[in-house]
Write a protein that binds this ligand. Structure first.
Ligand SMILES: C[S@@+](CC[C@H](N)C(=O)[O-])C[C@H]1O[C@@H](n2cnc3c(N)ncnc32)[C@H](O)[C@@H]1O
Length: 260
């Protein structure tokens, strides 16, 4: 049985009390991240298109059978409506906006997303910078088909959806390097550490790793605490739901809790 003892309220209070804005940071990279990247404007067209996508997904009663390659949803069964997947399994709200802003500001040429779901994260990456090439992976064939359809309708031509488990894809594709890697599936701490180890061959000194749901379970929180101690990532930022880590060997190791 899955038992999670993470007390999200006390985690939030502790995060909130420690979180700092741009004036609390002496790192030029983090100062720029807070004062410029997080303030990046969203294009009006994007805002309208996103509204259309979200309006259609939140009403979609179509059901699909989910094959679970991760740790599954805490609340839902295997037959799920698209609207319930949209509500519980996608990057909506300010964290979706964060994906858009990071992509628009840093203009990563290549992006890898682990966990496509309905394609909401990929949609944000795609529309933020048409020059980014995005590869997104999902092991569930039914969800993969829905994502392909959603991304085609929204003309996200720079996104390639791949129906594969994370491990299979990473073991078969060791050469390609990515500028941004979003890990948003299989929220298990041990699995996360294995993916990060494998992804060393697909990343470089300035690759921005975005990790979702760092407080989703005891094991995810334990993995996050290990990652922020690790010598492999000199810059780590806690944005409460998401964590951002970058090797950045040119700087001293520093951890920031960012007001977000
Ligand atoms: C939280 S959703 C992804 C949300 C999406 N990134 C977004 O921003 O809207 C996680 C997805 O990862 C997929 N997944 C979980 N574990 C996986 C694994 N080990 N291999 C492949 N896909 C996996 C699930 O099928 C699910 O669709």
């Amino acid at each position: 049985m899955f038992i999670c003892t993470v007390n999200i309220l006390s985690e939030y209070i502790s995060y909130f009390l420690k979180a700092k804005g741009r004036h609390g940071t002496h790192s030029p990279f983090v100062y720029q991240f807070v004062s410029e990247c997080l303030k990046t404007n969203m294009d009006n067209n994007f805002v309208l298109e996103r509204k259309k996508l979200f309006n259609s997904l939140k009403k979609d009663k179509k059901t699909i059978e989910i094959t679970d390659f991760g740790v599954g949803s805490k609340r839902l069964g295997n037959i799920r409506s698209l609207k319930s997947i949209f509500k519980t399994n996608t990057s909506r709200g300010k964290y979706g906006t964060l994906l858009y802003k990071i992509t628009k500001f840093y203009k990563p040429k290549s992006i890898l997303e682990l966990g496509t779901s309905l394609g909401v994260g990929s949609f944000h990456f795609s529309k933020a910078n048409s020059d980014s090439q995005i590869i997104t992976l999902d092991g569930c064939s039914e969800i993969y088909k829905v994502a392909v359809q959603n991304l085609n309708i929204r003309e996200c031509v720079n996104v390639t959806c791949v129906n594969s488990t994370f491990i299979e894809y990473l073991k078969a594709n060791t050469n390609q390097k990515y500028d941004l890697i979003f890990i948003d599936g299989h929220h298990d701490g041990e699995a996360l550490l294995i993916y990060l180890e494998l992804l060393k061959q697909n990343s470089h000194n300035d690759t921005i790793f975005i990790l979702d749901d760092i407080r989703w379970s005891d094991s995810m929180l334990a993995a996050w605490n290990k990652i922020i101690q690790s010598k492999d990532y000199n810059l780590t930022m806690d944005l409460f739901r998401m964590g951002i880590i970058i090797p950045r060997k040119q700087q001293e190791k520093e951890h920031f809790i960012i007001r977000f």
